[in-house]
Design a protein around this ligand. Structure first.
Ligand code: PMP
Length: 392
């Protein structure tokens, strides 16, 4: 086995913290302990750090600093974007059937508690949503379209710009003000995030996937968008998200975003090569070919770090545990749902199969090497040879 005693291929669940981010957090934790709302000298210093982080993030997003709201992570950002918007009579939301649980869960909640309507547009077999189907789903009382930028399980990259165009065109023709929200959590390391060019009104992301601290996130909210707060109190974050700001995490998030932005192009190219090498090995190794491994999600429109496979007859958890026993860390589905034991709803949405079919996500990152992939392929072949006897 290469270098360390494990191979981490679960970056889409959580990336290790960058040492440069840790240094910033350490410094801020030690010296900027005052409350940013305090008016004494140390409070003002803390506030300066907070606002500098906001400015740095806004610059990268091509946004105005007032459009950056700090939250506890992408789950909260998604909740704030959707629940915060629903205060009109009987509104309607358009989304897809493969959004992250923190969007679908909010939709289910809103349907039940606020009796609003949701249309779940079905993605195609390749995991991509057709912008025309989004447009067709818009109704007279639609207030929001929410489509994730890249899927956390199968890595498919949704046509965000085209969807934004469809929404804008609909608004223009029908004199409406439907907003467009995207959950960009999985996209930040690899895809353009200029909010103006993307044409989004609201965009969620977190710090954990960009080699920053866990428990920190952002909701970008265009200045003309009015949201009601989920958390009430002291009125921090422009009265939208009360509570003393987590300054070390916010400063760490800003640093992590700057670093990932500077590495984006080079790292994307490097990982695309590794991803495609992984996929070609899966397709050409005779053991894997005999098992009939299927690659989930579009081959081209997918994140540079994502490989998601289905293995007929073998349950996901068994594969994950077998790989883990060989020092390889992967996920069967989103970590946010692993506890419920069911098959992934994302895989079900694209495969429409009722037979047992385990799916496994390998998500690569900054430390992944070709040797890691070779070892993983070898291990997977050994596991499948062993399990074949039981499952055939
Ligand atoms: N959206 C997506 C697409 C994600 O991948 C995740 C993390 N699994 C989240 C939202 C939730 O992020 P957080 O854990 O920061 O709340």
């Amino acid at each position: 086995m290469p270098k360390s005693n494990f191979i981490y291929m679960d970056y889409a669940s959580g990336a290790p913290i960058d040492p440069r981010v840790l240094m910033v957090m350490d410094k801020v934790s030690k010296s900027e302990f005052a409350n940013p709302s305090a008016i004494h000298e140390l409070g003002v210093k803390a506030k300066t750090i907070l606002e500098k982080a906001r400015i740095d993030i806004a610059k990268i997003l091509s946004a105005h600093p007032n459009e950056v709201i700090f939250t506890s992570g992408a789950t909260e950002s998604n909740n704030l974007a959707l629940i915060g918007l629903i205060d009109t009579s009987t509104p309607h939301i358009v989304t897809t059937n493969i959004e992250h649980a923190s969007v679908l869960g909010v939709c289910k909640y809103l349907e039940k508690m606020k009796k609003i309507q949701i249309t779940y547009v079905t993605v195609e077999k390749n995991g991509l949503v057709d912008p025309k189907k989004i447009k067709k789903a818009i109704k007279n009382n639609t207030v929001l379209v929410s489509v994730m930028y890249a899927n956390n399980e199968i890595g498919t990259i949704q046509p965000i710009r085209e969807i934004a165009k469809e929404v804008r065109y609909y608004n223009k023709v029908n004199k409406k003000k439907i907003l467009f929200h995207t959950d960009a959590t999985q996209a930040l390391n690899y895809l353009p995030i200029n909010v103006e060019k993307l044409g989004v009104d609201l965009m969620s992301f977190n710090s954990a996937k960009i080699y920053g601290p866990k428990g920190a996130g952002v909701l970008f909210k265009k200045r003309n968008v009015i949201l009601s707060p989920l958390i009430h109190g002291g009125g921090q974050e422009h009265n939208i998200r009360s509570g003393t700001e987590n300054l070390p995490a916010i400063a760490g998030l800003a640093e992590a975003l700057k670093i990932t932005e500077s590495l984006k192009e080079k790292e994307s190219k490097r990982l695309i090569k590794l991803r495609d090498y992984f996929i070609s090995k899966l397709e050409h190794s005779h053991i894997l070919k005999n098992v009939g491994i299927l690659i989930n999600g579009d081959r081209k429109e997918r994140l540079p770090n994502n490989i998601n496979i289905s293995v007929p007859k073998i349950p996901s958890e068994l594969l994950v545990l077998e790989l883990s026993a060989r020092g390889i860390m992967v996920s069967a589905k989103s970590a946010c749902e692993s506890a419920d034991g069911d098959e992934s709803y994302v895989i079900r949405a694209i495969r429409k199969t009722s037979s047992i079919e385990g799916s496994v996500r390998f998500s690569l990152g900054r430390a992944t090497t070709k040797a890691d992939i070779d070892f993983t392929i070898k291990s997977l072949s050994a596991i499948l040879t062993k399990l074949k006897r039981w499952y055939n």
